[in-house]
Design a binder for this molecule. Structure first.
Ligand code: PDD
Length: 278
């Protein structure tokens, strides 16, 4: 694979970052993941807007103009011949002597790489996934897409240890989101319920698209928090993310959701998303 690093295109083995990079020492970095289908970027505009917001929350300057960043995304797809998968972008504050205070002057480190992954025909989207709930022990600025992903990683490992595919994170009895995806449920009357935006969760780009598509299709949408018990009693549950689009949840802890197969509303929303984005 070819990797983009600070303005140059390199074979991945030659792409090297300083051990003093604050992304490495302090997780002082933000990232984005954009899906690619048939070589085309999916929902790029939303990812680019969220990237700028994450950078401004941390006071990291964007090393490239927005048009150059888009060009770099297109070029890496082309250089790596990526048909289906994702583009990972990371911007760290850069390298400096180790100090908790931000350095007065640092050159941000910008990395882009690609990873092939089946998104459209992912077998999990046919069968659905099982979820284990774990406490949400992350920090309180989950709206910033930082690379502090150790707790979500631990949560996923704990879920897998319990025989589930992934974790939902729970705070005060309410589901915040998945380890790396937005959590949604569908009520018996077909209403989509998804947590409202706040600092408690990442403002999912796929979430925003799914809400628009649901409203466009005449569905009722409630943006509010829901409990684990409400999710377990719901007609359907599903997750959304750039790398999943949407995937049904068929079990939460020991409780089967609906009839234990992907439900009609989540399947319809996935179809609407796929049709509108390809
Ligand atoms: N994760 N919530 C969290 C905590 C996430 O990490 C993600 C995305 C989402 C969904 O956001 P979006 O629809 O914009 O992808 C929600 C990416 C895919 C990842 O970390 O790989």
């Amino acid at each position: 694979r070819i990797v983009y690093l600070n303005g140059t295109w390199l074979p991945e083995a030659d792409a090297k970052v300083s051990v003093f990079d604050r992304g490495f020492l302090f997780a002082d970095a933000i990232y984005e993941v954009t899906a690619v289908i048939g070589g085309k970027l999916i929902d790029y505009h939303g990812h680019s807007a969220r990237l700028q917001r994450s950078l401004s929350e941390l006071g990291i300057p964007c090393p490239l103009s927005e048009p150059s960043l888009l060009d770099a995304h297109r070029e890496i797809v082309h250089r790596n011949g990526l048909d289906e998968g994702l583009i990972y972008l990371q911007i760290s504050r850069g390298a400096a002597d180790r100090d908790f205070a931000y350095p007065a002057k640092a050159e941000p480190t910008l990395v882009l790489f690609t990873q092939a992954k089946p998104i459209l025909n992912n077998p999990r989207s046919e069968t659905g996934i099982s979820i284990a709930t774990v406490p949400d022990w992350r920090w309180e600025r989950r709206d910033i897409k930082t690379v502090q992903l150790l707790y979500p990683s631990m949560a996923k490992m704990e879920a897998m240890r319990r025989g589930a595919d992934d974790a939902w994170l729970v705070e005060d009895g309410l589901v915040t989101e998945g380890s790396a995806a937005t959590a949604h449920i569908v009520k018996a009357d077909g209403t989509l319920v998804t947590r409202g935006l706040s600092n408690a969760l990442l403002h999912g780009i796929t979430r925003a698209s799914i809400i628009d598509l649901a409203r466009g299709a005449g569905m009722a949408v409630e943006e509010r928090a829901f409990s684990v018990e409400e999710a377990q009693a719901a007609a359907e549950a599903f997750i959304t993310s750039a790398t999943n689009f949407s995937t049904s949840v068929i079990k939460i802890d020991e409780v089967i959701i609906g009839d234990g197969t992907p439900g009609p509303v989540s399947r319809r929303l996935r179809a609407l998303y796929t049709e509108s984005r390809l």
